[in-house]
Design a protein around this ligand. Structure first.
Ligand code: SF4
Length: 481
């Protein structure tokens, strides 16, 4: 008899565990799976014993999962998957059903939320899909033992062999009512996790999420899970969350992983007031949209400990940008980046290349634009048409798209827009990075990291072979020696 009050939550790796040591992105950034940590805290509060296995932090987890299922006999196993990790999740679901017949598999995350019934039709190992926000839906599913699942809103299940959607939840969660994520259930937290190199001044550090959803509608962005509203933790809750991380785990720097940290100006101002009145000895990074910052707010944030701000630029070509996002005002964006920099906060630009309509000229314009700005760090993603993004629906009309899910991780050109070739995109991708690292000011900035973020340099030097190989061949998983 399986234990109906027990669940194992897994964060799949997405590829063979033997390659984990050669995954450049994993070496550069290892983020705690905050989604399943939040689910775990919510379920524990409701008397469900929850265990987490993060295959990113512990790549060789198959035997661990099998052993847990055999000895603990949970009634449920849940998987939180992106597009690139989904098939690995299915592999583990099959393994789970072999080891523990009768265990029910539940999948959540953006990929299954976007593709819904198509997943149930094609993957027998998936019993349930949670569409959208997971906490309440999963708790209700576990509470009914899976027997009366059709009455739980927010679920996809099979009825008479066909996918049945139980309908949207009418009420979203009040985020201040949620317990803090169950960090203690993440083995090795916080030391096992790493923020991106050169993105933090000190250790230990972590990511933290303080809002859900985004009201914008960029063509390349999938918002199947949290939708187009913006919900957020109050300043009071967020301050307590930070204090919890400081007191219990010694955290000294936080990366707020919100899409729009400053969307509600008042709460950020109040949080900064609290951090100045009763300092926690912590610094923080956040991502902002240029429309939602101003000089007074940035100075306030700097005084409260803001170390770096990331801004979505995407492209420096105004015509291309106008097709893909609202307010494509590059002059305003440039002004905001200069303002942030002059306030003493590091700036990071988030860009992508390979969008539908991209040309060699538009990529050159992006380079000229970015290299004209005081950007300290940048991230260049290879455009990937994710299920759930507005572009996905018509992407085959825009060019060639090889929908190979494990490679859809923003580090492969699976889509090639008309008039371009994959080879040329790769060359321009490399040229973009090289151009950034050749700028004397940027190089000097990285030199200053010797004393501003010494741990980053240690990590960089210990992974230098992989990083240098990435500059020659922009493959995420480097070849085995
Ligand atoms: S890319 Fe950013 S601003 Fe655009 S919809 Fe997504 S989260 Fe919102």
């Amino acid at each position: 008899m399986l234990n109906p009050r027990k669940i194992l939550l897994v964060h799949p790796l997405g590829y063979g565990a033997e390659a984990a040591g050669r995954d450049v992105s994993r070496l550069a950034n290892l983020m705690p799976p905050l989604g399943i940590a939040s689910l775990a805290a919510y379920l524990e509060q409701r008397g469900v014993a929850t265990t987490l296995i993060d295959c990113f932090a512990r790549p060789n987890s198959d035997s661990l999962i099998a052993e847990f299922l055999r000895t603990e006999q949970p009634a449920f196993i849940g998987f939180s998957c992106t597009t690139s990790s989904f098939l690995d999740g299915v592999r583990l679901a099959r393994l789970a059903k072999t080891v523990l017949p009768g265990v029910r598999t539940v999948f959540g995350g953006p990929h299954v939320s976007a593709l819904k019934g198509r997943i149930l039709e094609d993957y027998e190992a998936v019993d349930f899909i949670i569409v959208g926000e997971g906490e309440a839906t999963l708790a209700e599913l576990v509470a009914c033992g899976g027997e009366d699942a059709a009455s739980v809103p927010g679920l996809l299940l099979r009825a008479d062999g066909l996918p049945l959607y139980t309908g949207h939840r009418t009420q979203s969660l009040e985020l201040d009512s949620l317990p803090f994520p169950a960090y203690l259930k993440l083995e090795g937290f916080p030391g096992a996790y790493k923020l991106p190199i050169f993105n933090y001044p000190r250790t230990p550090n972590t990511s933290c999420i303080s809002s859900r959803g985004c009201p914008y509608a960029c063509s390349y962005c999938d918002r199947s899970v949290f939708g187009r509203t913006f919900r957020y933790n109050s300043a009071e809750y967020l301050y307590e969350h930070m204090r919890h991380l400081r007191q219990h785990f010694g955290i000294r720097h936080i990366n707020f992983y919100d899409d729009q940290f400053t969307f509600h100006r008042g709460r950020v101002e109040e949080l900064c007031d609290r951090l100045m009145k009763a300092p926690l000895g912590m610094t923080f990074n956040c991502a902002v949209r240029a429309e939602h910052i101003d000089a007074a707010l940035v100075k306030h944030m700097k005084r409260a400990g803001c170390w770096m701000m990331s801004l979505g630029i995407e492209s420096g070509d105004p015509e291309l940008l106008a097709h893909h996002r609202q307010n494509p005002d590059l002059d305003m964006l440039a002004g905001q980046i200069r303002m942030i920099k002059s306030a003493g906060v590091r700036t990071k630009g988030l860009l992508m290349i390979g969008l539908p309509g991209e040309t060699e000229t538009s990529i050159r314009r992006s380079m000229d634009y970015v290299f004209s700005l005081p950007i300290d760090d940048f991230n260049l993603a290879k455009f990937t048409p994710f299920p759930g993004s507005p572009l996905y629906e018509t992407i085959h009309e825009e060019g060639t798209f090889d929908e190979d899910w494990p490679k859809m991780d923003c580090m492969h050109f699976q889509f090639v827009t008309k008039g371009m070739t994959r080879e040329r995109l790769e060359e321009l991708f490399r040229a973009f990075y090289e151009g950034h690292f050749r700028r004397p000011k940027v190089l000097w900035g990285y030199v200053t990291m010797l004393w501003r973020s010494p741990d980053s340099w240690l990590r960089f030097l210990s992974g230098i072979k992989g990083f240098l190989a990435f500059t020659r061949k922009t493959e995420r998983i480097q070849e085995a020696p």
